[in-house]
Design a protein around this ligand. Structure first.
Ligand SMILES: [Zn+2]
Length: 242
């Protein structure tokens, strides 16, 4: 098999970048512009792909063209809807929060209609500004009964257990921390995926090797076993074969 990077913005990599043969990418968009590039790169390489309108996009670009954006996603037949969700760090006003929620609800409805899983971005509000704090709480209230993956997971162990209790999956990048260690320890291997979120978090998709190594180390497992398990989990979730 191969390492499966469950989340890369491959179209944003430096020109001339070539994937190594043992890393297989799932290409992910976050806006109409990046969704178009995602489809192009994924079709060229034969990769699975994920299309959606992310909460940050909602704030940066407004939502006046949302119908056109949704139509593009619908007709492009992605493997999942994402990245979508709620980002309460980006939201500076109640209007931003409401706009994010409206678009996320629309993305959830689209996923239901197309019978696709969701790739979710969630970020809590670190400030004490009277705005909602826990994006993950609101997200979990909106995705009941659906298949979903929490991308670039950075929440607590307790939240992770609630997520898997609802049938969700968790995708880990390569970064290390005390809380991440606890999360990896508590979440069973059949619920874990790895990702680079490259070029923004990991520089390239190869950083999933490190993420696999970290999981293997924390769980006391063979790295090859973790590589295969996370690849299988990704294939099942996104519906592709290697
Ligand atoms: Zn991303």
């Amino acid at each position: 098999m191969a390492f499966v990077d469950s989340h890369t913005h491959l179209y944003d990599m430096k020109k001339g970048y070539a994937l190594p043969p043992d890393v297989f990418p799932v290409v992910v968009g976050y806006s109409h512009g990046s969704n178009q590039k995602t489809v192009e790169v994924a079709r060229r390489g034969g990769y699975p792909f994920v299309l959606g309108i992310a909460p940050q996009t909602t704030i940066k670009e407004g939502i006046s063209r949302i119908d056109e954006w949704v139509e593009f996603i619908r007709t492009s037949r992605p493997n999942a809807i994402g990245e979508v969700g709620l980002d309460y760090k980006w939201a500076q006003t109640q209007e931003h929060v409401d706009g994010e929620k409206r678009v996320f609800a629309r993305m959830v409805a689209l996923a239901r209609e197309m019978d696709l899983p969701l790739v979710i971005h969630s970020r809590d509000n670190p400030n004490d500004n009277g705005l909602p704090k826990y994006a993950v709480e609101d997200i979990l209230g909106m995705v009941g009964g659906m298949r979903f993956l929490m991308h670039f997971y950075s929440g607590t162990e307790e939240q992770a257990l609630r997520i898997i209790g609802m049938g969700g999956l968790i995708s880990m990048a390569h970064m290390r921390s005390k809380e991440r260690r606890k999360v990896i320890n508590s979440v069973p291997l059949d619920r874990l995926l790895v990702e680079s979120d490259s070029p923004y978090i990991g520089r390239t998709p190869e950083s999933v090797r490190e993420a696999v190594g970290y999981i293997a180390e924390v769980k006391g497992l063979d790295a090859k076993m973790v590589e295969d398990a996370t690849a299988r989990n990704a294939m099942k979730f996104f519906g592709f074969r290697l």
